[in-house]
Write a new protein. Structure first.
Length: 178
């Protein structure tokens, strides 16, 4: 199966984005994929913000991106935009770092009005980093994420994740986990 990197722009593991990504990672692992989770909040702040590509943790994060066949990028939405954590990590990537990878943007927020952040903020950022195969993103209301993703929200989320996983699996020439 494929090697998938799940990038979390969540400020805390118990925040809605962290819970959302736990659900996504579990689903992908259940489908037999090799899943690596990168919580941007765990990277060293000074190295992340200064673009220190020699820092071992930053270098490891860049290697995870490079080796992945598919990348899930998830962020909470604040004021119709993705989190600064996501921006900081993607700023470190080269202009073609996401080329040849299937990418799934995910977001969560307080109102349906935040839904536009996927197509008008996050997707353009991913394309600027070379992503050409960005599958339709998915948005989940914070009200549908408590200790877990609600049953109603998880059905739609699982469909988006299956579409992403199928796109990764069916893409010719992508390296798979060994």
């Amino acid at each position: 199966m494929a090697r998938i990197l799940v990038v979390s722009g969540s400020p805390a593991p118990e925040a809605p984005t962290g819970i959302l990504l736990g659900h996504v990672a579990e689903s992908l692992r259940g489908s037999g994929h090799e899943v690596h989770v990168l919580a941007v909040r765990d990277l060293p702040t000074i190295a992340l913000l200064s673009g220190d590509l020699l820092d071992p943790m930053i270098r490891h994060a860049m290697e995870l991106v490079e080796r992945a066949s598919g990348v899930v990028v998830a962020s909470p939405v604040y004021r119709a935009a993705y989190s600064g954590l996501v921006q900081s990590l993607l700023n470190l990537l080269g202009k073609s770092a996401l080329a040849g990878k299937v990418v799934l943007p995910l977001a969560n927020g307080g109102t349906q009005g935040h839904l536009v952040a996927i197509d008008y903020a996050l997707r353009p950022l991913l394309v600027a980093r070379g992503a050409t195969d960005v599958v339709p993103g998915h948005f989940v209301l914070d009200a549908d994420i408590r200790d877990e993703v609600s049953v109603g929200a998880s059905a739609d989320l699982d469909l988006a994740v299956r579409r992403f996983a199928n796109a990764v699996t069916e893409r010719p020439g992508l390296a798979t986990a060994s």
